[in-house]
Design a protein around this ligand. Structure first.
Ligand code: HAM
Length: 419
């Protein structure tokens, strides 16, 4: 028997209330802040991600699903959303719009080839929020507040907001130099991944989870000590705004995030459960990205969270979504002559806005009634010989048990929710 590919999951009907809740909440919240919805393709030219996310990141080096299409062009299933939104910003000339352009997406399928475990899938879904075209720290604060409210208003509690500044390009040069000279004497003792990070992506040295590398992290230089004056002001402004907004944060000097396009602000929101796979959402500023993709220098800041992880945490904290509405009506019938009338009645009810299911053919009336109660329908409508002869239908209220016979034409009104 076939199974869904490893690391992917069917989203079954019983899970859908969580998804509906999260999507509706995300859309309403984003629109409250003036963000507009955008949807981009599931795959993009591979080069787009290599240039933005960075060729030496785990996401690009180890995790992409890439393929040559029939014309031999390399395509990649999107591993994250920011690069594609920036590509769309450039492609559609959004620079002429009032800046910043505020964009959001919901239930965006993402693909990363990683070892699956709780909260980590190969196909997962993100909510993604981007504000492009303004570099002021108040916009970072807006995105962080939006992200925080998104989780808090779903009812999630005991979350931590963690922030850091990795500086702009100039700050980074001086910081990376400091980091390399600090790590240089220890290079032989580092794990194989860190040995290669030392050469290709030194910031990621701070992100190592291996036990053997932990002692070196304690005294590692801190990026906030290497900020240029501009980046220092941006950082001070941001922390000031967060305090003004009443958002509690912790500065984590090791927070660098796994994608190369970040500059200045980086942040994550973490649930109370420890572990690398627990991060609910994260984001930051990417002031060099649009230029990197061939545009004019244009700052940007954004955030994304994984819907599956949000659901995992809602379940852990015992938060349930509102139940989907129950079915209004099941139409049951006795014998073939009533079947055609039943097909017609079901169609008429639906056209009148009544959620209706027609009982499956070829079953006894008793079996059809059992079927109706298994669907927890509010009403059962019975069409038998008598009803057919009189042009009526028997309407049974499943909660109270009363039943009455009504003219066929009155059936929609008899079972509609307002009746
Ligand atoms: P990211 O930290 O790579 O950032 O992913 C954001 C969120 O996606 C994570 O916090 C997590 O909730 C979820 N996620 C990531 N990988 C997986 C996975 N394998 N399985 C399940 N969930 C996962 C970004 O993608 C950036 N584009 C965020 C951003 C937007 N930065 C600026 N704008």
């Amino acid at each position: 028997m076939y199974k869904a590919p490893r690391g992917t999951a069917d989203i079954l009907p019983e899970e859908q209330p969580y998804w509906r809740l999260i999507e509706a909440h995300a859309s309403a919240l984003c629109e409250q802040y003036g963000y507009q919805r955008i949807d981009t393709p599931v795959f993009e030219e591979s080069e787009l991600f290599a240039r933005s996310v960075g060729g030496a990141t785990d996401v690009i080096e180890k995790e992409t699903y890439s393929f040559a299409d029939r014309s031999g062009d390399w395509m990649t299933l999107r591993p994250e959303g920011t690069a594609a939104v920036c590509r769309a910003y450039l492609e559609h000339g959004m620079r002429v719009l009032p800046q910043p352009v505020r964009l959001y997406s919901v239930r965006v399928p993402m693909f990363r080839y990683d070892r699956p475990q709780a909260g980590r899938q190969r196909q997962f879904h993100q909510i993604n929020v981007e504000a492009i075209g303004n570099g002021d720290a108040s916009l970072d604060a807006e995105i962080i507040e939006l992200a925080w409210r998104f989780f808090a208003e779903l009812g999630l509690h005991d979350l931590d907001l963690i922030i850091n500044s990795i500086g702009d390009r100039d700050s980074r040069a001086s910081y990376v130099e400091a980091l390399l000279s600090y790590y240089h004497p220890h290079i032989e003792s580092l794990c194989p991944d860190c040995k290669s990070r030392f050469k290709t992506n030194p910031l990621r040295l701070l992100d190592c989870k291996k036990q053997s590398c932990q002692p070196y992290l304690v005294d590692a230089p801190r990026s906030v000590d290497h900020l240029t004056d501009d980046s220092r002001k941006h950082w001070d402004d941001l922390t000031g705004y967060l305090t003004t907004l009443g958002l509690d944060y912790t500065v984590d000097h090791r927070l660098v995030r796994g994608l190369d396009y970040y500059s200045r602000t980086v942040f994550e929101i973490q649930p109370p459960v420890e572990g690398a796979q627990s991060t609910l959402g994260g984001g930051g500023r990417y002031d060099g990205l649009i230029e990197q993709l061939g545009g004019q220098p244009t700052p940007g800041v954004g955030f994304a969270c994984g819907v599956e992880r949000v659901i995992l945490n809602l379940k852990r904290q015992g938060i349930e979504p509102p139940r989907a509405g129950e079915l209004d009506a099941v139409v049951v019938y006795m014998g073939d002559p009533a079947k055609e009338a039943a097909v017609m009645l079901a169609s008429k009810l639906r056209a009148a806005g009544v959620q209706t299911v027609l009982a499956p053919a070829g079953r006894s009336l008793k079996a059809q009634m059992r079927y109706a109660s298994s669907l927890a329908a509010a009403h059962v409508l019975v069409l038998g010989e008598d009803e057919l002869a009189q042009g009526t239908v028997t309407v049974k209220d499943m909660a109270g048990g009363e039943q009455r016979q009504v003219p066929l034409d009155d059936a929609p009104a008899a079972v509609s929710r307002s009746s």
